[in-house]
Design a protein around this ligand. Structure first.
Ligand code: SME
Length: 161
């Protein structure tokens, strides 16, 4: 199946899933599994959530699929994860070996995307995906991952968070 079609189908499936799951936590759990299972180049998929009230602010590992990472807590001034959460912008890195911000999770990782999750205009966390393939996150993949982050943000808003 061509990748554009695979992305379109998954996008629709995730949109429907967001309507039937009871809360954001279950959505994130099901989402990381679906993304990891269906997208062959998404080798690690996980959410980091901003710890509310923590000083200094901290990203804490939530639902994930793939090998356990040493980075379970990431300060906002560290890593590609910290850069995405503190700027509120999607960060795509085509070659992690050339990015001094990169915190290594697996020696096999070649490229990474991190998309912030917003609720009520504030960053609540982020969706992080690593690939064993260089430059895996082309614009069609960015659209899919941003759609996923948006679905989680809306679910957080709907549950009053
Ligand atoms: N590579 C991330 C750290 C998280 S692991 O990839 C799961 C970073 O540079 O922030």
């Amino acid at each position: 199946m061509p990748v554009a079609q695979r992305i379109e189908e998954l996008r629709n499936e995730l949109t429907e899933l967001a309507q039937v799951v009871p809360n954001a936590q279950e959505l994130m759990q099901a989402m990381v599994k679906l993304l990891h299972d269906r997208m062959l180049k998404y080798n690690w998929v996980g959410f980091y959530l901003l710890e509310l009230g923590a000083q200094p602010p901290m990203l804490v590992l939530g639902a994930f699929e793939g090998a356990m990472t040493p980075h379970t807590r990431i300060p906002l001034n560290q890593g590609i994860c910290g850069a995405a959460a503190s700027s509120g912008q999607t960060v795509v890195v085509d070659d992690v070996s050339k990015d001094p911000r990169y915190l290594a999770c697996s020696l096999e990782t070649k490229s990474e995307i991190v998309v912030p999750v917003f609720a009520h205009g504030k960053v609540m966390g982020e969706l992080d995906i690593d690939s064993h393939f260089p430059a895996a996150f082309t614009s069609e993949h960015q659209d899919l991952v941003q759609h996923c982050a948006m679905l989680v943000g809306k679910k957080l808003e709907a549950s009053g968070q």
